[in-house]
Design a binder for this molecule. Structure first.
Ligand SMILES: Nc1ncnc2c1ncn2[C@@H]1O[C@H](COP(=O)(O)OP(=O)(O)OP(=O)(O)O)[C@@H](O)[C@H]1O
Length: 289
C-alpha cells in the first residue's frame, strides 16, 4: 500500500502494516494520459462572494488507470471532473490530455461523461438512445454498420434483446447500463464519471460496480470516477485522489495495491478492509466532513 499527501498524517500511515510513501518506490516508466498542473477554480470571481472550489491541483493519471476522487461534500470533486472534461474552465493552470488542452480533446470527442441521472430520452428506445451521440455527430444511423456497432455495444452492457424497449420498461440498473452504452458507443478514450451509481439501491449499485469492474478490466479505458462511497472507490480503483475540504486541494493520493482481476471475494480481504478503514480515517480527520 502506498499513500502520499500534502498533509500526510504520520499516525494514520504508521498504523498501516505495509504502507510505503511514494518516494520510496523505484522510478518506473510512466505513460501519462491526463496531466493536471496548478489548477485553480474560482466561481463568480468578480462577485462579492467568489467561491474558490479548487486550489493548486497537481495530479496526473496514467493511460488505462482507474482513479476515484473522494472528499468532503462540496470540496470540488465535480468541479475537477468538469475542468478535465472542459465543461467548465479552470481559472488558472492547465489540463493536458496526451499533451493537448482538454478543450481540444473534448471537441475531438475523446472524452465521455456519465452522470448520476441516466438522462435517457423517454420517448426513444434503447437503440435510439444509444445511437443519439452518433446522430449528434452527424452519422447516418440507418447505416447497417453503425447499427451493428450499436447492437454490439448494447450486448456489451448485457442488454441484448432490449434494443426496442423504452426506458420506462427498464429497471434503474438497466437504464444506467443504457446510459453507459450511450457513452461507450463512440469509443472515447477517457471516461469521466460523476457518481453514476449514487441513485441506485445498494444491491444494484454493487452489481453495477462489478459490471464496471469487468468492463474496465476488459477495455482498460482511463477513468476518472467521482464518488462518496469509499467501498466502491477501493473496489474499482488503481488510485484514489482525496481532496481536502473546500477549497479542494490534493490531500492524499492512495495507490490501491490490490491485484486484478477483482471480484466479490476481493471485498472480503484484509487489504480491502484496511484501505476502507484508512480512507475513512483520512476523511474523518477533516472536521468539516
Ligand atoms: N456554478 C457554480 N457557481 C458557483 N459555485 C459553484 C458552482 N458549482 C459549484 N459551486 C461551488 O463550488 C464548490 C465545489 O462544488 P462541487 O460540486 O465541485 O463539489 P463536490 O465535491 O462535487 O460536491 P458534492 O460532494 O456535494 O457532490 C461548492 O462550494 C459549490 O457550491
Amino acid at each position: 500500500m502506498s499513500s502520499t499527501g500534502r498533509t500526510m498524517d504520520t499516525r494514520v500511515v504508521s498504523e498501516m502494516p505495509s504502507m510505503n510513501t511514494r518516494s520510496q518506490t523505484p522510478p518506473v516508466e510512466r505513460d501519462v494520459h491526463i496531466e493536471i498542473s496548478g489548477v485553480n477554480k474560482v466561481y463568480n470571481p468578480n462577485s462579492d462572494e467568489p467561491v474558490q472550489a479548487l486550489k493548486d491541483i497537481d495530479f496526473s493519471i496514467e493511460r488505462g488507470e482507474f482513479v476515484s476522487i473522494i472528499g468532503p461534500s462540496g470540496c470540488g470533486k465535480t468541479t475537477l471532473l468538469k475542468c478535465v472534461g472542459d465543461l467548465v474552465s479552470q481559472t488558472s493552470g492547465q489540463i493536458l490530455i496526451d499533451g493537448v488542452p482538454s478543450t481540444e480533446a473534448r471537441k475531438a470527442r475523446r472524452l465521455a461523461f456519465f452522470f448520476q441521472e441516466d438522462v435517457l430520452l423517454p420517448w426513444r428506445t434503447v437503440m435510439q438512445n444509444v445511437l443519439l451521440p452518433l446522430e449528434i455527430k452527424g452519422k447516418d444511423t440507418s447505416d447497417p454498420d453503425i447499427r451493428r456497432e450499436a447492437e454490439k455495444t448494447i450486448a456489451h452492457v448485457g442488454l441484448e434483446g432490449f434494443e426496442r424497449a423504452l426506458p420506462n420498461e427498464l429497471s434503474g440498473g438497466m437504464r444506467q447500463r443504457v446510459a453507459l452504452a450511450r457513452g461507450f458507443v463512440f469509443d472515447p478514450e477517457i471516461y469521466l464519471m460523476d457518481e453514476p451509481f449514487a441513485a441506485l439501491d445498494e444491491l444494484t449499485r454493487r452489481k453495477m460496480n462489478k459490471f464496471l469492474l469487468d468492463i474496465h478490466e476488459d477495455v482498460q479505458k482511463t477513468t476518472l470516477f467521482v464518488t462518496h462511497h469509499i467501498g466502491e472507490a477501493v473496489w474499482l480503483s488503481d488510485k484514489i485522489l482525496v481532496l481536502s475540504a473546500r477549497p479542494g486541494e490534493v490531500d492524499h493520493v492512495v495507490d490501491i495495491d490490490i491485484g486484478r482481476p477483482r471480484d466479490a471475494t476481493t471485498r472480503t480481504t484484509d487489504a480491502f478492509h484496511e484501505y476502507e478503514d484508512m480512507l475513512t480515517e483520512i476523511l474523518m480527520q477533516d472536521e468539516e466532513f
